[in-house]
Design a protein around this ligand. Structure first.
Ligand code: 4GY
Length: 233
C-alpha cells in the first residue's frame, strides 16, 4: 500500500514509522509512506502557505496553490496510469468506519491524505483535486495529521502479512460487527476478583460460546447501533 501525506508537520509521522505494527509494515515495505510539506512550494520570503479568509473572521485559511502542488508532486512519484485516491481529513467529512478501511485496502493501492491546519482549507481544493472529506469523529483536533495517522494505522493492520496470525484473529470481533469479549491473564485472582471459571475449564467449545455471548451482550449494552447492522446482515 502506497500512502502519500501532505502535511506542514512531517515529523509527526515518526509516530507511525518508528513504532510498533506500522513501523514494521514500513520496514517490510508492505506500507510505503511519502510525506510532502506544502511549505516547500511557498514562493515568498516568509514561506507563506495560508492567508486571511474572504468575508473576514478569525484565523487563517490554507491556500490552494501549495497544497495542489504538493498533491501533484506526490502523484509524480507513482507509476504512470495510477491515480491515487485523495482524502482530506476534516470534521465536515463522512465518519470513517472499519468498512471504509477495508474498501481502501482492497480497492485502492494508492491514497493521498491532506492534513490541514489553521481554520481550514480553501474549499476549491476539494473540487480541483476531487478530494473526499473523511472524519475520524465528531470532535475538533488542531490539524489533520492525527486523523491521517489513525486511518493509516487502521490500513496497515489490514495489509496481508503485517499482522501475525494471533493478532489478525483478534480482529475478527469487529470483523463480525461486534465489540470484543473481555480478556484476562495471570494471576487468577486480583484483590478478590476471579477470572471467569469457564476460561479455566479447558473446554474450548464452551469458551467459544461464552465469548460470543459476551460479545453480543456488550454490544447490545454499549453499542446497540452496531447490533442493528449485524442483525440486518
Ligand atoms: N474530526 N476528523 C478532523 C479534525 C482538524 C482545520 C482541517 C476530524 O478528521 N479530521 O478535527 N481536523 C481540522 C482543523 C483544518 C483539519
Amino acid at each position: 500500500m502506497w500512502c502519500g501525506v501532505v502535511t506542514l508537520f512531517p515529523e509527526m509521522f515518526k509516530a507511525l514509522s518508528d513504532f510498533g505494527v506500522t513501523g514494521r509494515a514500513i520496514d517490510k515495505q508492505l506500507l510505503q509512506l511519502n510525506l510532502q510539506n506544502p511549505r516547500d512550494f511557498a514562493t515568498d520570503v516568509h514561506n507563506t502557505v495560508d492567508d486571511r479568509p474572504y468575508g473576514g473572521g478569525p484565523g487563517m485559511v490554507m491556500k490552494v496553490a501549495p497544497l495542489r502542488q504538493s498533491i501533484h508532486a506526490l502523484r509524480e512519484q507513482v507509476q504512470p496510469g495510477v491515480r491515487p485516491k485523495v482524502i482530506a481529513l476534516s470534521p465536515q467529512g463522512r465518519r470513517v468506519t472499519q468498512q471504509d478501511i477495508k474498501v481502501l485496502v482492497k480497492e485502492h493501492s494508492h491514497v493521498i491524505f491532506i492534513a490541514g491546519r489553521y481554520e481550514g482549507i480553501d474549499e476549491r481544493l476539494y473540487h480541483l483535486e476531487t478530494a473526499e472529506e473523511w472524519s475520524i469523529g465528531d470532535y475538533i483536533i488542531s490539524g489533520g495529521e492525527l486523523g491521517a495517522m489513525v486511518i493509516i494505522d487502521a490500513i496497515a493492520r489490514l495489509i496481508p502479512g503485517v499482522l501475525g496470525h494471533t493478532a489478525s484473529a483478534q480482529q475478527d470481533s469487529f470483523e463480525a460487527g461486534l465489540l470484543d469479549c473481555p480478556h484476562y491473564t495471570r494471576p487468577e485472582i486480583i484483590d478478590g476478583l476471579q477470572v471467569p471459571e469457564v476460561l479455566l475449564s479447558g473446554d474450548h467449545a464452551r469458551i467459544a460460546k461464552w465469548r460470543q455471548e459476551q460479545q453480543l451482550e456488550r454490544t447490545s449494552l454499549r453499542r446497540p447501533d452496531l447490533l442493528k447492522t449485524v442483525l440486518l446482515d
